[in-house]
Write a protein that binds this ligand. Structure first.
Ligand code: PMP
Length: 377
């Protein structure tokens, strides 16, 4: 007889044996300081790049939205789940992304899935950077289109693949890569898409400090973003031409067949977006920039990877940091390619210089970090 629990235990043992087992660990706190299993820790793990998840105005906006609209949207947006707040947020996001219209999804993951499945029809070819996020990989897998993978940031390779392909084309890339913190050369990528008549789908989930795509005549582009990182809430969005957004409303199954974004998340993201576009937003970005420069001068983003290679080495380094009261997650395959397990340090404007000093001290005391990885850390 097949016993599913026995099977699951065997699978889990297999994961433990190769250092791929994952578990949920509760972090209790508001901002970078909290407790894990009763121990006080300083976290460098969250994607709350500007510290807006704990901003008083953002919290208040969420609370007020609950008072006015209740806790849930109660139905799909196309049934009775649309609230005035959704329209306000979508207008703000469209304007911010210099686009005609925007549409919010329940997460950034679903935004990528929605775009790629709704537009990736059978006669389309998708061109995807090899280090794109799992939500892009899954969107490509679910789409009826064929997918060609190009080497990470290798535009020459992309050009060759585009030249060899006829029919409708979509190029999909992150602007800031989630596990390496490096950036795509946006002007060259945009030019290449124009040359080949390809639609560019640009995932800007981690672009707290840019780079921003300059308006490019002739370029067809959809911006994918998340409300869950810089905007401190939960949800995702797509911004682009009115026609394409209208089509997503009619075709993206993970928009149509799911409940609308909650009023609290919508209001929090709207309040956070307004802060991002204000003088305070400029100050928070300048602060984040100076913290990044303390750890790795000139590095392009708030994501600072320290690559250790073997999974066990990354786990050991993360555990050693935890024992010192610092939480930096170990990132292992399949999130990153085999043999490139790493510590992923994520910085936030809510960190202080003293917190950065503590991190640097703890990293310097680690047993297993190759010296070249620490040169700037
Ligand atoms: N795109 C990228 C590049 C991401 O890193 C992530 C989340 N880590 C997502 C999309 C998904 O966003 P969300 O967490 O809002 O689902």
């Amino acid at each position: 007889m097949n016993d599913w629990n026995t099977w699951a235990e065997r699978e889990l043992s297999g994961l433990r044996a190769i250092n791929r087992y994952r578990e949920l660990i509760a972090f209790d706190g508001d901002g970078p300081i909290g407790t894990v299993r009763g121990q006080r820790v300083l976290s460098f793990a969250s994607n709350d790049y500007l510290g807006l998840a704990c901003h008083p105005q953002v919290k208040l906006a969420a609370i007020s939205a609950i008072e006015r609209f209740g806790t849930g949207a109660t139905a799909s947006r196309l049934i009775v789940g649309t609230r005035s707040l959704h329209g306000e947020l979508e207008s703000q996001l469209a304007q911010w992304n210099l686009s005609e219209r925007a549409l919010v999804f329940s997460s950034g993951y679903l935004a990528n899935l929605g775009v790629l499945t709704a537009l990736g029809e059978q006669d389309v070819t998708l061109f995807s950077d090899e280090l794109n996020h799992a939500s892009i990989i899954d969107g490509c897998r679910l789409a009826k289109a064929r997918t060609l993978i190009y080497r990470h940031l290798d535009l020459q390779h992309l050009r060759e693949l585009l030249s060899q392909t006829s029919g409708r084309k979509i190029v999909v890339s992150e602007s800031v890569f989630s596990m390496d913190g490096d950036t795509a050369p946006l002007p060259a990528l945009a030019e290449l898409c124009c040359d080949h008549g390809a639609l560019l789908v640009l995932d800007e989930a981690h672009a707290a400090l840019g780079p921003k795509l300059a308006p490019t005549p002739g370029l067809q582009v959809l911006h994918v973003g998340t409300l869950s990182k810089t905007l401190g809430a939960l949800g995702g969005f797509v911004a682009g031409s009115s026609r394409l957004i209208e089509l997503l409303i009619n075709r993206a199954r993970n928009f149509i067949f799911t409940t609308g974004l909650s009023p609290a998340d919508t209001a929090a993201a709207l309040a956070a977006a307004r802060i991002c576009q204000s003088q305070e937003g400029d100050q928070l970005r300048a602060r984040l920039r100076s913290l990044i420069d303390m750890l790795r001068p000139g590095h392009a983003s708030a994501i600072v990877p320290i690559i250790l290679g073997e999974d066990a080495a990354a786990l050991a380094a993360s555990a050693q940091l935890r024992a010192a009261g610092i939480h930096v997650p170990a990132i292992r395959p399949p999130t990153v390619p085999k043999g490139t397990a790493r510590l992923r340090v994520a910085l936030s404007a809510s960190h202080t210089e003293a917190m950065l000093d503590s991190l640097r001290g703890a990293l310097a005391r680690l047993d297993s970090i190759p010296s070249h990885q620490l040169e700037h850390a």
